[in-house]
Design a binder for this molecule. Structure first.
Ligand SMILES: C[S@@+](CC[C@H](N)C(=O)[O-])C[C@H]1O[C@@H](n2cnc3c(N)ncnc32)[C@H](O)[C@@H]1O
Length: 307
């Protein structure tokens, strides 16, 4: 398992990341156009559908859901109180129900929701198959589950950083987890922000539950991890390097995104901007400032080196 693909580590990772998440980090990697394109697969076609958003974080995906579903019908669940506090403060999410809890052990009855959505959370779950089996269990027959997550990078540096940080599954793994959980009519779409050139960056995958009851997925009887595990000496010894190394590897994705945007900007100057204009997101003020500062810093470094 990867360094931050653990419940305790993910909890502390978001204890700090939640401060920058909405304004700086998230808009580089999970954009409005990606969210809209993915949510189409969830078939949110009636405002009275009962929807659960798992790993709802600061509520960015939930904000997309409540454009189509009445907030009173939306339940959000996340293991991080720090992320959730930010979602709770958002005007458009007033009326949603907020639960602190674990994606691998949902505090909801079987056959309860019409739709299950989870965006960008599976990569932190120690047992993704268990989380997807839970998606199946809490859905009513006829219900649809949508999972959005990253795909394993193709280039060696990206793969090394991704593998050091958290779980970036292969497309086949998503397909297999959905099939083994019991879902049918499985559909998928690739999603990516405009700074990424390759097609396979992230995937939105959806499936339908046809039979009532729990998932037939073969799972070990005992869960691998609980967030509230006792803090033994070995656990603490593992926790510190995992959190530090994982966070550092994750941090490297930010300069990669900034480089991607600069590359897109320079290509644009030479008339080689990407054709898919509908997928081009708007940058936040904080991101525009950092984009402007990076070349200035590089030039300053170069000048300092030459002089
Ligand atoms: C990248 S954020 C995604 C947030 C949100 N879905 C969005 O669209 O911006 C991942 C979220 O998953 C949550 N998470 C990680 N592991 C979890 C688990 N086992 N159970 C519930 N939430 C979890 C984290 O706390 C974090 O808020």
């Amino acid at each position: 398992m990867r360094t931050v693909q653990h419940k305790k580590e993910a909890y502390w990772f978001y204890r700090f990341l939640s401060i920058f998440y909405d304004n700086f980090v998230n808009p580089f990697f999970w954009t409005g156009p990606m969210r809209e394109r993915s949510l189409e697969l969830a078939q949110l076609d009636r405002p009275d559908l009962r929807v659960v958003d798992v790993g709802s974080g600061t509520g960015f995906t939930t904000q997309g859901i409540v454009r189509q579903i009445a907030p009173e019908n939306v339940a959000c669940i996340d293991q991080s109180p720090h992320q959730m506090a930010r979602a709770k403060a958002k005007n458009d999410l007033q009326g949603c129900a907020f639960h602190l809890g674990d994606a691998e052990d949902l505090p909801f009855p079987t056959d309860h929701f019409d739709r299950y959505v989870s965006a960008g959370s599976i990569e932190y779950w120690p047992e993704p198959q268990r989380g997807i089996a839970e998606a199946y269990r809490v859905l009513k027959p006829g219900g649809v589950a949508l999972m959005i997550g990253p795909l394993r990078p193709q280039n060696r540096l990206g793969r090394f950083l991704a593998d050091t940080w958290m779980l970036f599954p292969e497309e086949d793994e998503y397909q297999r987890w959905f099939r083994e959980a019991g879902f049918s009519e499985i559909q998928k779409r690739y999603v990516k922000p405009s700074w990424v050139l390759r097609e396979k960056y992230g995937i939105a995958i959806a499936g339908k539950k046809t039979q009532p009851g729990p998932s037939p997925a073969p799972l070990p009887a005992v869960k691998k991890e609980r967030r509230e595990e006792p803090a033994t000496f070995t656990r603490i010894l593992l926790f510190i390097p995992r959190l530090l190394i994982g966070s550092l590897a994750g941090f490297f994705f930010i300069p990669m995104a900034i480089y991607g945007y600069l590359r897109r900007f320079i290509r644009g100057l030479f008339g080689r901007a990407p054709a898919e204009a509908e997928s081009v997101e708007t940058l936040t003020l904080q991101q525009k400032i950092s984009l402007a500062l990076i070349p200035i810093l590089l030039l300053a470094l170069l000048a300092w080196w030459i002089i």
